[in-house]
Design a protein around this ligand. Structure first.
Ligand code: HEM
Ligand code: NAG
Ligand code: NAG
Length: 595
């Protein structure tokens, strides 16, 4: 099932062969050809030739790279200099930080230590770039798009999970997906308010029961179900009905891989789906030499992905059968009447491509939208003034009961500002990776070398981790209040002008040819839900007592710089951002009359 081109085991064996067996073979052949008798020295020589070979290869590569650098008239990206060989201490520091530190803080520390915004961490003598520089991110995603791709190592990590889907392919297959998907995000489709109403009202019914009993509930879990049910209905014409399954219960539900663990039929899908994301993330942290070794005998995603596929395959079969029936009866329906799944089934006979693309869209729409709504509710809970102001806008534009229209949503400036400000501080995709193809020059001058405008040399076949969460909290771009949640910054003309002339400072939906397809859908869906929510509720409070053990922020975060000092939840990242253990909250019903 796993595409041969991205099979991590064969790649790992080949690398091992080239690093260890090949130098030994070359040594043995040379001693034969030149008839050299090493005698007792043969074994030590065999051992010594391996590092010598590696070092020689490294030196040759460095010479070639510095030549390229001269040709490009560029200077090297500043490199982290650790205390141990191969920067192993830096690697350990990062590994520790992923478990206990505030999200991405270890990267921020490195940037501060080296006084720059693009760095080479060079772990285990291998170039690896991290960047929070908005100009470099713009180059990677947009202006220098052709110099980068998702790359071999990323595909290897995600192959079993995302397979041939849009997130895991470049070039032709990616283009095909992009072209096939676009018509389903035209304006009429993305303002499918009828579907939004169905799932919003189901979700509000659930909340109403919790609220009547003054019980805490996990908003993150509930919003994930809402987003999945709504997306599956609008895209596939099939409600996966996860809102009907058993919900997590305060004090009983354990912590899952991200938020709450759920154990029922739906839970096994959600659990597998979240585990699969966690496995992929851990692989990225371990790097392309360590994880294949640890998973050589057992692919940690095998079982997770079997559960996921078991859930999707019937849907794919139904779509293919429908297509056959239509063909037999000679009926054709126009694209406007088709669901995305039917359209997908028309465009290819390959059930695997259909399945993988289905999964990609579920991933794209569920966790991101749920993350946005979760953090908006978090802010409404910790800043009641913001909830009040937002509610006033909602009541002013839409009244206390009627469903909002597209026009009304478009006119709610404060709502949009709250969404943007939430996406700025908590971008649902807080970090991401690309790999360079050939070497290139990262264009802009590094702010730390104001006198030197030479570009930075970006080596070929090298990963770049880019970090929108750090860019979007960078004081140099956003001012001294960069860490403060302040929706008003999106309504002040001077600040808007600054953003308009620097769009790369805010890229929650990415940029360039691979920019998010679902942006309008997400804004509409989140807005619709929030309008309905605020028509009914006006009190939002956190329920820290209901958070599962180990999910509250560690006390040592207090007194540190940035948002972590006042953080009341633990933000985590596994492909997408989430609240560790879920966001446990209580909502209070508003009096029927507007304020
Ligand atoms: C708040 C909600 C959302 C956020 C913040 C978000 C963010 C992003 C980001 C950052 C990417 C780029 C990923 C990459 O290139 O590696 C992306 C891609 C994508 N998004 Fe979204 N997204 C959201 C909602 C949605 C929804 C609701 C859908 C569909 C129903 C969707 C569909 C897609 C697709 C298909 C891609 C792949 C585009 C490509 O590779 O060409 N997104 N999104
Ligand atoms: C809410 O509670 C009522 C009464 O216990 C129950 O009949 C109803 O099914 C519940 N609704 C939801 C959506 O859980
Ligand atoms: C929100 O951000 C988008 C970019 O994603 C921008 O086009 C829009 O003008 C912003 N809206 C408001 C109200 O700030």
């Amino acid at each position: 099932m796993v595409n041969g081109a991205y099979n991590y085991r064969s790649r790992f064996l080949l690398d091992l062969f080239q690093a260890i067996v090949l130098p030994g073979l070359v040594l043995t052949s040379l001693t034969h050809i030149f008839d050299i008798r090493l005698g007792l020295l043969y074994l030590p020589a065999l051992i010594a030739v391996v590092p010598c070979w590696g070092i020689t290869k490294g030196l040759i590569r460095n010479i070639l790279r510095s030549r390229q650098q001269q040709v490009l008239n560029a200077k090297p990206i500043p490199c982290v200099v650790g205390e141990w060989p191969g920067n192993i201490d830096v690697l350990l520091r990062m590994t520790r930080a992923f478990r206990t530190s505030y999200i991405l803080d270890v990267y921020l520390e490195l940037f501060e230590e080296y006084q720059c915004t693009t760095l080479n961490t060079r772990i285990l003598w291998t170039d690896s770039i991290i960047t929070m520089d908005q100009e470099h991110i713009k180059f990677v995603l947009a202006t220098g798009f052709n110099h980068f791709w998702r790359g071999k190592y990323q595909k290897e990590r995600m192959e079993r999970f995302l397979g041939q889907g849009i997130f895991n392919r470049d070039d032709e297959i990616w283009k095909m997906h992009r072209i096939n998907t676009r018509p389903f995000f035209a304006r009429e489709r993305v303002s499918d308010f009828h579907t939004f109403e169905t799932y919003t009202s189901r979700t509000l019914d659930i909340i109403s029961n919790f609220s009547a009993a003054d019980q805490a509930f996990d908003a993150q879990d509930l919003f994930s179900r809402f987003a999945l049910d709504a997306a599956s209905d609008s895209l596939f014409g099939k409600n996966l009905d996860t809102l009907s399954a058993a919900l997590p219960i305060a004090g009983q539900t354990r912590m899952g891989p991200k938020g709450s663990a759920t154990e029922d039929g739906w839970g096994s899908f959600a659990h597998a789906f979240e585990m699969a994301q966690q496995v992929v993330t851990n692989r990225a942290r371990l790097g392309p030499w360590v994880w294949p070794l640890m998973e050589f005998w057992k692919d940690k995603n095998k079982e997770n992905v079997e559960v996921i596929h078991g859930f999707l395959e019937p849907l794919v079969q139904q779509a293919i059968e429908l297509k056959k029936k239509m063909a037999e009866s000679g009926v054709t329906s126009p694209i406007e009447e088709k669901t995305f799944l039917q359209h997908l089934a028309d465009s290819t006979d390959d059930p695997i491509i259909i399945r993988d693309q289905l999964l990609s869209l579920l991933l794209a729409s569920r966790d991101t939208t749920a993350c946005l709504l979760t953090y908006v509710v978090y802010f409404m809970a910790i800043y009641p003034d913001i909830a009040r102001k937002l509610r006033n806008e909602v009541l002013e534009h839409c009244g206390p009961r009627s469903p909002p229209t597209y026009e009304q949503i478009r006119n709610m400036k404060y709502l949009r500002a709250v969404l943007n400000e939430t996406l700025r501080l908590y971008p649902p995709v807080p970090l991401n990776v690309r790999e360079s193809r050939a070497a290139s020059a990262l264009p802009c001058p590094d702010p730390t070398f104001p006198a030197d405008v030479r570009p930075l040399y970006m080596p070929g076949s090298t990963p770049v981790i880019y970090l929108p969460l750090l860019t979007q909290r960078n004081k140099a771009l956003w001012g001294p209040d960069a860490d403060v949640f302040c929706p008003e910054r999106w309504t002040e003309p001077a600040r808007i002008a600054h953003f308009v002339s620097n769009p790369a400072m805010f890229t929650p939906f990415s940029a360039g040819p691979r920019i998010c397809i679902g942006q309008s859908y997400a804004y509409n869906e989140a807005s619709y839900f929030l309008v309905r929510l605020l028509q009914e509720y006006d009190i939002f409070s956190l329920a820290p007592g209901a958070q599962p053990q180990g999910s509250l922020p560690p006390s040592e975060w207090k007194g540190r710089r940035g948002r972590q000092a006042e953080e009341r939840i633990w933000p985590g990242a596994a492909l997408t951002l989430y609240v560790k253990g879920g966001l446990w909250v209580r909502f209070g019903k508003a009096d029927s009359t507007p304020l």
